[in-house]
Design a protein around this ligand. Structure first.
Ligand code: ADP
Ligand code: MG
Length: 326
């Protein structure tokens, strides 16, 4: 089944940043409050992620690298429908099948830690190891056994920037969690977790520019089941850049054409020119009315009523901007 793992890995694991995304999401799922992300050469040589979450028991470690759904796959059709459904329990086996992989964890109720390893397929362990409560995942030599995919990777710098971009986006969705990011042994980001305005504003300013908050309009709007809050740069603030745009739906980061269009329209309508807005916005919507899992590696969303959502986002920003023009 290594082939199936590798095919599935092609869907889940496009590049180092997608590995980091899966592992950070797992750490958050495990209740971690501190997450350390340490990458070498853009994540190609090594990705190491340590969290202080609840950890994984010895029994679960033995299972963690097994494909849960293997028994369901009898044909290529089955595989295709599985791939399109999303990937519960697919991430770790997929990543492990295309890397030299170590998973070390100590469960909160356990006396000691254990480790499982997989170097491109064969699974070893669990064997006793040293680790505080929590989990470390090491993904070395990504795609070492799938050279075609390895060749598809961009430069170290480009791959690193994708990881950095991801960490920025995740860190704005969980202000209560500390995120630290190192590249080639150098600490690049250190966002202290905590639910206070000071820490929140600090974190936002680190990502959007040190004077962003004081030059932004705070938005808080509600219409029916739709709620939006956050910050949009005042038109007078001229340091807005396209990489300072953060939009969340039900606290999941997304990049969506419809959303982008609504914000841009509102901005241009008031400004009469095409400068890029900077924003950090959070939209809450009934989960029934939106599908954010269209594809596991993409950020697209599908709204039940896209015109309603577009109008709400447009209207909220337009109104707030227009009010502050005086
Ligand atoms: P999924 O997240 O869809 O369940 P994964 O392959 O990403 O699938 O992870 C498999 C399982 O391994 C998780 O359901 C979780 O129980 C456990 N796990 C993975 N990473 C961690 C972690 N950092 N801390 C605790 N448990 C973890
Ligand atoms: Mg997962």
């Amino acid at each position: 089944n290594q082939l199936i793992d590798q095919i599935a890995a092609g869907e889940v694991v496009e590049r180092p940043a997608s590995v980091v995304k899966e592992l950070v999401e797992n750490a958050l799922d495990a209740g971690a409050t501190v997450i350390d992300i340490d990458v070498q050469t853009g994540g190609k040589k090594r990705i190491k992620i340590t969290d202080n979450g609840q950890g994984i028991s010895q029994d679960d470690l033995a299972m963690a690298l097994q494909r849960h759904a293997t028994s369901k796959i009898h044909s290529l059709d089955d595989l295709e429908s599985l791939l399109s459904m999303g990937f519960r329990g697919e991430a770790l086996p997929s990543i492990a099948s295309v890397s030299r992989f170590d998973l070390i964890s100590r469960h909160q109720d356990a006396e000691m830690a254990y480790q499982v390893s997989a170097h491109g397929g064969d699974i070893e362990g669990p064997v006793p190891a040293a680790h505080p409560v929590g989990t470390t995942v090491i993904v070395a030599d990504l795609f070492f056994n799938t050279p075609a995919r390895r060749r598809f990777l961009k430069t170290d710098k480009t791959e690193y920037l994708r990881i950095d971009d991801l960490i920025k986006r995740v860190s704005l969705s969980r202000f209560d969690v500390t995120f630290r990011l190192s590249h080639n042994g150098k600490m690049i980001r250190n966002a202290q977790g905590g639910d206070t305005d000071v820490l929140r504003h600090q974190r936002i300013n680190q990502l959007c520019g040190k004077d962003f908050i004081e030059n932004a309009i705070f938005i808080e709007q509600q219409r029916g089941n739709l709620k939006m809050s956050g910050w949009v740069a005042k038109p007078s603030w001229n340091r807005a850049q396209p990489d300072r745009q953060f939009f969340y739906i039900n606290n999941r980061m997304i990049k969506d054409k419809l959303v982008g269009h609504a914000i841009r329209q509102a901005y241009q309508d008031v400004l009469f020119h095409g400068r890029f807005p900077a924003f950090v916005l959070y939209l809450d919507i009934d989960p029934e009315l939106v599908d954010v899992n269209v594809h596991p590696t993409k950020h697209e969303v599908r709204f039940r009523d896209s015109k309603l959502v577009h109008d709400f986002i447009f209207g909220s920003i337009h109104q707030s901007l227009a009010q502050t023009r005086v």
